[in-house]
Design a protein around this ligand. Structure first.
Ligand SMILES: Nc1ncnc2c1ncn2[C@@H]1O[C@H](COP(=O)(O)OP(=O)(O)OP(=O)(O)O)[C@@H](O)[C@H]1O
Ligand SMILES: [Mg+2]
Length: 283
């Protein structure tokens, strides 16, 4: 049994004629890191909403097919228990902040308080994640006074504090500068070694190439590609499917078109450099 299983899933938001998700069948295995890419409106966030149980519990609409998490149908999951299993980082960090806590420290602690943990444990855990995300200097600030990037870090810290074993992360770096983006990816990468299952929606495909085990491409509510990262990102049809391709993969295809193919299509810069050097007989 896979951790998450979808079987012929079609979902319509209320009063919508077109389905946001169409006939999706796929599985997600425990401990793997999945990247989800694809066009705007392709269904990525809807897929996340489904896995968090917001579809069908909150959004209603019509859900056909079967979705199981740990063998239990998503319709039968208690939403409170499901949200303790699945940590979620929103696409828009402004919606993630509760708005009811006066400081970042209390914001990050909120989920742990709701679990009724002893105060000392809560304080230690909040300090740990704030340190990890480099937001110790923000702990006494009001969450409402933060920039988008700072909010994203706070949102991330709140989720990490809850220690859920499945993380669904929807474009966590959309408000961050390149350094902040790299930092967040490094945090996600660290989490990978801890046995957590990670589903990451992200347009920055070079980072997906670097870190993910598998990649899914969504278009028109369907999963149009799913497979090992190197295989999916090297697919020459990626652009037609509405997804971005790593720049070095485009370079690999251009070399092939010019009659000078590399041994394989690279997806990371390091790999591209190695292939070019090998082609030139340097290694
Ligand atoms: N709350 C909603 N009510 C009705 N329709 C919705 C809702 N949310 C999304 N949709 C529609 O469902 C489809 C899939 O949207 P979704 O937000 O899942 O795509 P996405 O891949 O996350 O896009 P983006 O890259 O822009 O975030 C779109 O046609 C969108 O208009
Ligand atoms: Mg989205």
């Amino acid at each position: 049994m896979s951790l998450i299983e979808l079987e012929n899933v079609t979902y319509h938001y209320p009063f919508c004629k077109e389905p946001a998700l169409r006939q999706i069948s796929c599985t997600f295995e425990k401990g793997k890191f999945y990247g989800i890419i694809g066009e705007n409106g392709g269904g990525k966030t809807s897929l996340c909403n489904l896995l968090r149980g917001l579809i069908p519990h909150f959004y209603r609409g019509t859900l056909e097919g079967r979705v199981t998490i740990d063998g239990t149908d998503v319709r039968d999951w208690n939403t409170g228990r499901l949200s303790a299993r699945i940590g979620y980082v929103f696409q828009n960090p402004f919606t993630q902040i509760s708005g009811i806590k006066p400081t970042v420290f209390e914001e990050v602690a909120m989920g742990l308080e709701n679990l009724g943990l002893p105060k000392k444990e809560i304080v230690d855990e909040v300090l740990r994640v704030c340190k990890l995300l480099d937001i110790e200097n923000l702990m006494e600030k009001s969450p409402n006074a933060l920039s988008g990037g700072q909010r994203q870090r706070v949102a991330f810290a709140s989720i990490l504090a809850m220690d859920a074993d499945i993380l669904v992360i929807d474009e966590p770096t959309s408000q961050l500068d390149p350094q902040g983006t790299q930092d967040v990816f490094e945090i996600i990468h660290t989490l990978r070694g801890t046995g957590k299952t990670i589903l990451l929606v992200e347009h920055k495909v070079d980072l997906i190439a670097e870190y993910c085990d598998e990649v899914l491409v969504m278009q028109g509510g369907q999963i149009v590609r799913k497979g090992p990262t190197a295989q999916v990102l090297a697919d020459p049809e990626l652009a037609e499917l509405g997804a971005l391709q790593p720049q070095v993969a485009m370079f690999g295809h251009a070399m092939a078109a010019a009659g000078k193919p590399l041994e394989e299509i690279p997806i990371t810069l390091e790999q591209a450099l190695r292939l070019v050097r090998r082609r030139r007989g340097e290694i």
